[in-house]
Design a protein around this ligand. Structure first.
Ligand code: ADP
Ligand code: MG
Ligand code: MG
Length: 879
């Protein structure tokens, strides 16, 4: 038979390169056999067989069963044992194993070939009746559950009650008679629950076990796992049929799992757990608490010595940390599985660094192995993974890390309590820019509304504050000052814990483990820096953020949002006075008051970023965002009309009037960005003065400021030309007055409207640099409102595959990516040296960074905490 036209491969025919066909487990076992690691004999039914069998639902492909029987016959020949034989019975395991490892998601049946008569035979042959009957009751239990669909608890309950009656603490304390009786009771359970007897015929057992393993590919948990790990649904699982080796043969037998390095820390130490006198599933299923590997050494020194050698051999053969399943039968070691060990981000960094230092792998391989997205884990405190708490509810894992604190139901309360040093978690329906001070003061943020790029999420990620957004089962009663989370009624004196990495919410304080910027971490990022082409800047509005960003390797600030500085509680009243001023003199007075405040912010930021560029964006949002809410103001006026002092009423009415006039139906497409700048040139003048005066001031202190001024929301070249003229006139005047005409500054623009991308050639004539604002560009190119869409249709669009991913999280390459490509192309035809960055959320998203690298932008700019992720992702783009 030509190789391609068959469904079954002997172990001796496989190797590590064949995991698509033989599954990772089958290929791994075959490879171990090839390099002389002791494995049980057997063969593998291919993933293609599973796909064919699943496709036709009832029927297996024609030759499959014949092929399996041929291989069973060959296995019987090689082992000198026969299925169902009453002198020397062969027992096999029937094991699932997909191309990409899906630990524990599919099924496996052990001890296939068992029956009452075979158990008698095995008892006589081995001289250990206890082991024979233990194996039999295991078959009835696993086969009953996996193949015949009996709920597992039925067996568990019976086992527990028998142990109870016998006063046995563990199942190893049960006698041969107990186990024999248990097998009979188990058979009864199968009969009762299915109306059928468990088949005694070993061939029937085998056939149905293989079929059950095929079907376990489509079990609900396997489907969920595939969705979470983006594994295609049509790959199928291989089935490995292997001779049983017995870890349950008494006190010189054992089963266990080990790692060649510590998977939590990456430390170079052999790490493992085992159980004496047990079969494989016991260790992972937690039937008994396993013991550390070092203890096995005392009982079975030879087997452990062998295991050590094998661990070293496998690690150096595969060149990475390995996860190994083993069994010791009567002192003899067998290895049953090997795979690349899953590890925490901290361990991934350490293992990569150590393997390079040990000369096992090169830097490129090491970089390739570290998932940039996983680095988030090491940048925030996380829940101690050993907790057993049950979550109250869950939402979107919007900003990673864990937070513990008392509930605060509004931003002012969070800010006030946070200022006293109290740990609070801000719990809101949703958050608005007004809540920023509360978010800043909180350990974490929990909202009922909003998605991954909701304000709460973006702001929280920017600050490194853990956030769970859009938690469905959350009801806030502001009048009663209570919140109901997953049925639990809590008040502001209750503590909750958020896990922003999983989206889970817990009652009480769960233990945390702190983040660490280790040597391993900086070593790996240093390698990434040597490889990447893209620059990485940070989006930062405060000196603290700027300093943190620099520590994390940012090469400047790509977006400094000046309006966040307006939101601070001491400044908002001045900003409001500026907006509400009726005559130019009053307005100028308010602006004069704001100027030194902005200047001092810029001084601090330039200081933190000395020697590196700082791109300051001129005011962007519509002015009404700085004023009270329209509805609330209307209610206030209504109330004052009945019982308020006349003077106050007049004032609030005037305010209401102003808010009404500023309110727009569609503010995101309204009077904001450059439009606001042209409407109120006095704001631009004030901001420019602050920007330049700050630069002059820090320069006198030996700081080296690199000033970039960025104009948002430009659609027409003429808009930029006019604002630029104003900025330049103001800046030059300031420089001349400061006697520092040599201090350079650059004026550029954001490209965040489709027209700007298309007309980039014209716009480039007035810009020293571009920064693609891909958040707004996505909104305006797709015509999808970022603030509303995730709560309504966008999440389901992504889940049901209308769009491949949330376009606000991962750049829409064919659409928005194309606009960036066109914009860059046209701009650089006009000005080949034009520098261009990206400052949307996409600048911190690994998948988007790879696309942006390909498009030829010069740098990305992201939240400070995403900087390391971006550095590594930018390196991945070049591997
Ligand atoms: P999973 O993919 O869920 O880990 P496995 O196919 O690896 O399932 O089987 C689970 C455990 O069963 C293994 O770790 C091993 O201990 C045990 N096992 C599997 N096959 C055999 C065998 N031939 N002999 C002894 N134990 C086995
Ligand atoms: Mg396994
Ligand atoms: Mg924008």
């Amino acid at each position: 038979v030509p190789v391609r036209d068959r469904y079954v491969y002997a172990l001796s025919e496989g190797d590590a390169g064949m995991s698509a066909l033989l599954g990772a487990k089958g290929a791994g076992v075959a490879e171990m056999r090839r390099i002389g690691v002791p494995v049980p004999d057997g063969f593998t039914v291919t993933t293609a067989a599973c796909v064919a069998a699943m496709r036709s639902r009832e029927e297996w492909p024609e030759r499959l069963w014949d092929e399996i029987q041929e291989h069973i016959a060959a296995l019987e020949q090689r082992t000198g044992r026969t299925l169902g034989d009453l002198d020397q019975p062969l027992l096999v395991s029937v094991r699932s194993g997909a191309a990409r490892s899906m630990p524990g998601m599919m099924d496996t049946v052990l001890d296939v070939g068992m029956s009452e008569r075979v158990a008698e035979a095995l008892a006589a042959e081995s001289g250990s009746p206890r082991f024979a009957w233990d194996s039999y009751r295991r078959l009835v239990q696993m086969y009953g559950e996996v193949v015949m669909g009996v709920p597992g608890e039925a067996f568990e309950r019976e086992l527990a009650s028998l142990k109870d009656r016998r006063g046995a603490r563990q199942d190893t304390d049960l006698t041969t008679e107990d186990l024999k009786q248990l097998a009979t009771v188990f058979r009864g359970i199968v009969r009762q629950s299915t109306g059928h007897d468990l088949p005694d015929d070993p061939h029937e057992q085998l056939r149905r076990a293989v079929d059950a393993v095929f079907r376990s590919w489509d079990s609900p948990r396997a489907q969920v796992y595939r969705r979470l790990n983006t594994i295609p649904d049509d790959l199928g699982t291989a089935v490995n049929i292997m001779q049983m080796v017995y870890g349950n043969k008494g006190s010189t037998s054992a089963t266990g799992v080990c790692f060649t390095r510590n998977p939590a820390t990456g430390a170079r130490e052999r790490y493992g757990e085992f159980l004496l006198n047990a079969q494989g599933e016991d260790v992972v299923a937690g039937v008994r608490t396993p013991r550390p590997l070092a203890e096995l050494e005392k009982v079975l020194p030879d087997a452990v010595a062998r295991l050590r050698t094998v661990m070293d051999q496998l690690e150096s053969h595969f060149g990475d940390m390995q996860d190994i399943e083993f069994t010791v039968e009567d002192g003899v070691l067998y290895v049953l599985q090997v795979r690349t060990g899953k590890r925490t981000a901290a361990a991934a960094l350490k293992v990569a660094r150590d393997l390079v230092a040990e000369g096992r792998i090169d830097v490129t391989t090491a970089l390739r192995r570290i998932d940039p997205a996983q680095l988030d884990q090491v940048l925030h405190p996380t829940l101690d993974p050993s907790h057993h708490a049950v979550p109250l509810t869950h939402g979107l894992n919007a900003s990673p890390g864990a937070a513990v604190g008392r509930i605060a139901l509004d931003a002012d309360g969070a800010a006030a309590r946070g200022a006293t040093g109290e740990d609070v978690v801000l719990v809101r329906w949703e958050t608005t820019p007004d809540d920023i001070h509360g978010v800043a003061a909180a350990q974490g943020v929990l909202t009922a509304h909003g998605g991954m790029t909701s304000h709460a999420a973006v702001v929280a990620r920017g600050m490194g504050t853990p956030c769970v957004a859009g938690a469905a089962d959350l009801h806030i009663d502001l009048a009663a000052r209570t919140v109901t989370i997953g049925g639990a009624v809590l008040t502001e004196s209750d503590v909750i814990t958020l896990d922003g990495s999983t989206g889970q919410v817990y009652a009480g304080a769960l233990p945390l483990v702190p983040p660490r910027i280790t040597d391993d971490f900086s070593t790996v990022l240093g390698w990434a820096d040597d490889v990447r082409r893209l620059g990485v800047r940070a989006n930062a509005d405060t000196a603290a953020d700027a300093a943190r960003a620099r520590e994390l390797g940012a090469e400047g600030i790509g977006l400094c949002r000046t309006e966040h500085m307006f939101m601070a509680p001491d400044r908002l009243p001045v900003v409001q006075r500026m907006i509400l001023a009726d005559d130019p003199t009053d307005r100028q007075a308010a602006l004069d008051e704001l100027l030194p405040m902005q200047q001092s912010d810029f001084e601090q930021i330039y200081t933190a970023m000395s020697g590196l560029p700082v791109a300051v964006r001129l005011i962007d949002p519509p002015l009404h965002e700085f004023l009270p809410d329209l509805t609330e103001q209307a209610l206030l006026v209504r109330q004052l009309e009945t019982d308020g002092p006349a003077e106050r009423l007049a004032r609030e009415r005037a305010l209401l009037d102003r808010i009404t006039r500023l309110t727009e139906t569609n503010p995101m497409l309204g009077t904001r960005g450059v439009r606001l700048a042209l409407l109120h040139p006095e704001i631009v003048v004030m901001q420019t003065r602050a920007i330049i005066r700050a630069a002059l001031a820090v320069r006198r202190r030996g700081i080296d400021p690199h000033v970039e001024i960025m104009v948002p929301l430009v659609a027409f070249a003429e808009e930029l030309r006019r604002v630029r003229e104003l900025v330049a006139a103001t800046a030059d005047e300031e420089l001349a007055r400061g006697g520092a005409a040599d201090l350079g500054y650059r004026v550029g623009t954001m490209i965040e409207l489709p027209r700007a991308a298309l007309l980039a050639g014209e716009i480039a004539e007035h810009a020293d640099f571009f920064s693609f604002g891909t958040n707004d560009l996505t909104q305006t190119a797709l015509g999808i409102s970022r603030d509303d869409a995730e709560a309504s249709f966008l999440t389901s669009y992504a889940r049901s595959g209308v769009v491949p991913a949330d376009p606000f999280a991962t750049l829409d390459e064919p659409g928005v990516g194309e606009l960036v490509r066109i914009g860059l192309g046209r701009a650089r035809r006009a000005d080949p040296g034009l520098e261009a960055g990206v400052c949307g959320e996409h600048g911190g998203d690994p998948a988007s960074i790879i696309v942006l690298d390909g498009l030829g932008v010069d740098y990305v700019s992201c939240s400070p905490f995403r900087v390391p992720v971006a550095r590594l992702a930018a390196a991945h783009a070049r591997l």
